[in-house]
Ligand binder design. Structure first.
Ligand code: SF4
Length: 329
């Protein structure tokens, strides 16, 4: 059955893929090396209008780092006000924080434009790039500015407090301190979607399996995952990211009707015949060969096949987007 997304539940707007941090579990492979492109107000308004027309009444703003460009974020908040989209929260890594007074001033101004709640990232993965002191500084500044704070995820605070808060600590320091079982313990404690960079981070805990095993146990199609709108995303380029399948995309304008199989052959193959279908498709068309070290799950195989297609010139396709996602693998 063709992929067709006719209603939306809860989702986010990716304002930029650039971030001062490059967390080893980032689903979207954000980082300093990504383009500084930031969503413009018109694109944000078009995304919000489309989401509203399909039933989503609130969205969050994420990235990358949405606060890397405060003026750009002001444009997103203006677009939300203009279209009637409610903003649940804006995400931040806190990397931009330098001075308490300046942070309060900035957040107060953004609050007057509609920023009601700030999700402040807090994790051992982020601590490799952002000292805990900055994370706590942003939280205090938000409260002082009258912006609600949503620490994500606060249960990591006890782990972070084991280290000097004034500086960064790479994930390797956590492995050294808590032992090699730490990644597995993280997966026990919290849900982290396996996608983007997370495959490499958690492969030692989860192991990798040969392609034959992955294909044998995979579901016959990916329609359920691609149609999942419980945490959807739209991005600065006017693309919709189906499910949590980062690196796959179709135009926001194409929401609401069955996808054209000629315009979207990869998504159509995945929706109709799953990872086995994509594997056969890429092997026949572009000589894809599975790697010997295997894969964590079908989604890592999917990402690897898509990387191969991107390298073989498919980076201009409508559905392997943004191309930088694959260039960063
Ligand atoms: S195999 Fe690909 S399309 Fe299917 S759920 Fe995983 S990432 Fe999404």
């Amino acid at each position: 059955m063709a992929l067709c997304v006719t209603s939306l539940r809860s989702g986010g707007l990716i304002a930029t893929y650039q971030c001062q941090s490059a967390c080893p579990h980032c689903l979207y492979r954000g980082g300093p090396g990504r383009s500084p492109d930031y969503i413009d107000q018109g694109t944000a308004a078009a995304c919000f209008a489309k989401a509203l027309s399909l039933g989503a009444v609130t969205m969050h703003v994420g990235g990358g780092e949405p606060l890397a460009d405060p003026l750009g974020l002001a444009g997103v908040l203006a677009a939300a006000a203009e279209t009637g989209m409610g903003i649940e929260y804006v995400e931040t890594s806190g990397a931009w924080y330098d001075d308490a007074d300046e942070a309060v001033e900035l957040l107060t101004e953004l609050r007057s434009m509609g920023l009601g709640s700030l999700l402040v990232s807090m994790s051992p993965m982020l601590n490799g790039f952002v000292p805990l002191a900055k994370t706590l500084g942003v939280m205090a500044a938000a409260r002082a500015a009258g912006v609600a704070v949503f620490p994500w995820q606060e249960h990591f605070l006890a782990d972070l407090k084991q280290f000097d808060p004034e500086t960064t600590h790479p994930f390797a320091a956590y492995l050294h301190h808590f032992g090699p079982g730490y990644p597995a313990a993280i997966l026990d404690r919290t849900w982290i979607h396996l996608g983007g960079r997370a495959f490499d981070l958690f492969a030692p805990a989860l192991g990798r399996q040969p392609v034959e095993t992955i294909l044998a146990k995979a579901s016959p199609d990916c329609l359920r995952e691609l149609s999942d709108t419980s945490h959807f995303h739209m991005d600065l380029y006017g693309d919709y990211v189906p499910g949590l399948c980062s690196g796959l995309a179709f135009r926001v304008d194409d929401l609401g009707a069955p996808l054209d199989s000629e315009r979207y052959p990869i998504l159509t193959t995945l929706a109709e015949s799953g990872i086995a279908g994509l594997y056969d498709y890429a092997a026949a068309l572009e000589g894809y060969e599975a790697r010997t070290e295997g894969y964590v799950n079908k989604c890592e195989l999917c990402q690897d096949i898509r990387r191969h297609l991107s390298e073989r010139g498919w980076f201009e396709s409508n559905e392997l987007s943004p191309p930088e996602f694959y260039a960063s693998i």
